[in-house]
Design a binder for this molecule. Sequence first.
Ligand SMILES: Nc1ncnc2c1ncn2[C@@H]1O[C@H](COP(=O)(O)OP(=O)(O)OP(=O)(O)O)[C@@H](O)[C@H]1O
Length: 250
Amino acid sequence: MRAMALIFQGLSFRYGTKADVFSDFTARIEGSATVLLGPNGAGKSTLMSLAASHLTPAAGMVSWNGLAASSKRERARYRKAVAWIPQQITPIPGLTVREQVAYAGWLKGLSRSSAWEESARALARVQLEKLADRKSHQVSGGQLRRMGIAGALTHRSELILMDEPTAGLDPTQRGVFRDLVAELSRAVSVVVSTHQTEDLADLYEDVMVLAGGQVRFQGTTQEFHALASHLSSPRESAEAAYSALVGREV
Ligand SMILES: Nc1ncnc2c1ncn2[C@@H]1O[C@H](COP(=O)(O)OP(=O)(O)OP(=O)(O)O)[C@@H](O)[C@H]1O
C-alpha cells in the first residue's frame, strides 16, 4: 500500500457567521480507495472543499503526503497533487470537451502544449475520446463528471477527491463510473463522498462516516459491514451499519 495520507489537524471552519461546521476536527485518510458517507449537512462537501484547498480553514491544517495546503511555499505542489471533482462541474461556454480538460491541466501549472497532449491521454482513460470535439455544454451529466476526472488526470494527481460523483446518474453511467474508480484506485488514491451504501465492498477499501462535523466511524469496508453482520447481503448490512451510526438523518 502507498504510504500517503490526507491529514486534517485541528481544523475549524464555518460559513460566514453560521455555526461551526468543523471545530477542532482531526482525521487521517490513508489507503487507495475511501468512501465518505454521511447524511445531508454532515459536512462531506465542506471537508472535500477544505481538502481541495478551495476553502480555507479558520484554524488547523490539511496536508497531503507531508505537503501543507496552507503553506505558501507548498500550495502549488499540493494543488497539483490533489485533484477535486466538485458536485457541479460547470461547462465553460465555447470550449470543447478537450479544451476544457486541457484548461484544467493548464490551471494546475502544465504548459499549454503539455496540457493539450495530456488531455488526449486523459480523455481516452475516461472513454470520452469520441466526444473530445463536442462543446462541453452539450454533453450529459455523467459525461461532464468523467470530463472532470479527465481534467484531474492531466496533471497526474496523486489524490482525487470526488464529491457525490454518482448523484443523478443512470445505472449505465454509474457502471462506467464504478469501473473508472476501480481502475483509478490502482494508480492513485481516491476519496469519494456519497449517500449510496450499495456496492461499497466492491469498490472501496475504507469507510469514513461523518455526521454533524464529526467522524462517527472509520475503518475498513469489512469492519463497516461487520457492524451489521447478522444481515446476509453486503448491501443490507451496509445500509444497516450506516443507519446504526447516523440514525435516520438521511
Ligand atoms: N455555501 C454555504 N453557505 C452557508 N452554509 C453552508 C454552505 N455550504 C454548506 N453549508 C452548511 O454547512 C453544513 C455542512 O454542509 P455540507 O454541504 O458540507 O454537507 P454535506 O455532508 O456535503 O451534505 P450533502 O450530502 O447535502 O451535500 C450544513 O449545515 C450546510 O447547511
